[in-house]
Design a binder for this molecule. Structure first.
Ligand SMILES: Cc1ncc(COP(=O)(O)O)c(C=O)c1O
Length: 353
């Protein structure tokens, strides 16, 4: 089937671009001796995860237990990292059950509360859970100071059912190297193991070698890019593999085009551009600007376009943020040379628990 025959709005991925991105980043990490542990929260799709593993990934990163369940039961049952504080009996039971189905399971923790919960559940289930202590590296989100991390490390080291495996951070710009060094020095002083030092974020991925302490790296968006990566120069338009095909459904005034893709198709993620906030980039009309959206409408200012799109015309839109955009869809249509090559169910969609 040709993509012109697909009903819109529809989420597609350009396979040539996807494969080149997977190769490009895998080559970089292999050349620098850093393990690539792709984060599947972006594509949420087994087919792409298998492509990443076949290229040499050391294992997967899954943000939630539910995402990990999809991947492990879908045949990727080697080495899984969930870089998240797992709290509460319901999730802990699922986590320990999952540990029986994969070779190695590691989670993140940044509190005594989390590690005592993990330890109790792991000991009761008779499994071993690996733990990385998260350090705060600039997101003002989760994560500890180096001293707090070393203190928590000593507790983890003593608790049953747990194996201290090292540290992680997000994001890991080269400038945070001293924080990592300070944490590892403290670990060494207390005789704490740190075989894993895990960095992450597509933004800083190709600078990972500037932190030689990193043993592995988590990235999600690199296979598909997005408008943010395009503006930052990390991906060209051609390298932005994830595209929503949309139709112009209304041209009520000369400078306005309304598309059949709004926040329920592209997601409500907004990028601040020189022209104001935007939810996407229209490949065929680089001078067009999204000036707003509703759930099912994309509001586009086409006054700067020399030639303007007409009602019924189809355009390709790069979402701002691929991860929530993919989360809005049941299927990802894999395309090569304008032809549909595969239809992939987005099985880890909505797995927020
Ligand atoms: C803990 C963690 N690691 C890795 C990543 C991947 O980063 P990116 O989406 O920039 O590829 C994320 C993204 O949110 C994350 O939260």
């Amino acid at each position: 089937m040709h993509i012109h025959e697909l009903d819109t709005p529809v989420l597609t991925v350009e396979l040539d671009a996807l494969e080149k991105n997977l190769d490009r980043y895998q080559r970089y990490f292999s050349e620098h001796g850093i393990g690539l542990r792709p984060h599947i929260k972006t594509h949420k799709t087994l087919a792409i995860a298998h492509m990443q593993m076949r290229r040499g990934a050391i294992g997967l990163t899954c943000q939630k237990v539910g995402e990990a369940e999809v991947m492990v039961h879908g045949g990727i049952n080697g080495d899984i990292l969930i870089p998240y504080n797992i709290i509460g009996q319901a999730k802990l039971e699922r986590l320990c059950a999952l540990a029986h189905h994969c070779e190695r399971l590691t989670v993140a923790a940044d509190s005594e509360y989390t590690v005592r919960g993990l330890s109790g559940a792991a000991a009761a289930a008779g499994v071993t859970l690996g733990v990385l202590i998260e350090i705060e590296t600039g997101e003002n989100r989760t994560g500890l100071t180096p001293q707090q991390a070393a203190d928590l490390g000593q507790l983890i080291h003593k608790l049953p059912g747990l194996e201290l495996r090292g540290i992680m951070g997000f994001p890991t710009a080269p400038a945070i190297r001293p924080l990592i060094q300070e944490t590892l020095d403290l670990f060494d002083r207390h005789g704490l193991p740190h075989p894993v030092v895990s960095g992450g974020s597509t933004r800083h991925a190709l600078q990972a070698h500037e932190i030689p302490e990193l043993t592995e790296y988590r990235i999600g968006e690199y296979p598909v890019g997005g408008y943010g990566h395009l503006l930052a120069g990390r991906h060209t338009v051609e390298q932005c593999a994830l595209r929503v095909i949309a139709t112009v459904v209304s041209r009520p005034v000369d400078g306005r085009a309304i598309l059949d893709c709004g926040s329920k198709t592209l997601s409500a993620s907004i990028l601040q551009t020189d022209h104001g906030p935007s939810i996407g980039y229209i490949v065929e009309y680089p001078d067009a600007r999204f000036y707003g959206y509703s759930e099912e409408h994309g509001h586009v200012d086409v006054s700067a376009c020399a030639q303007k799109p007409q009602i019924g015309e189809r355009v390709q839109v790069l979402p701002v943020h691929p991860c929530p955009c993919v989360n809005e869809h049941d299927e990802l249509i894999a395309v090569r040379g304008g032809q549909v090559e595969a239809v992939w169910p987005i099985l880890a969609r909505g797995k927020i628990r």
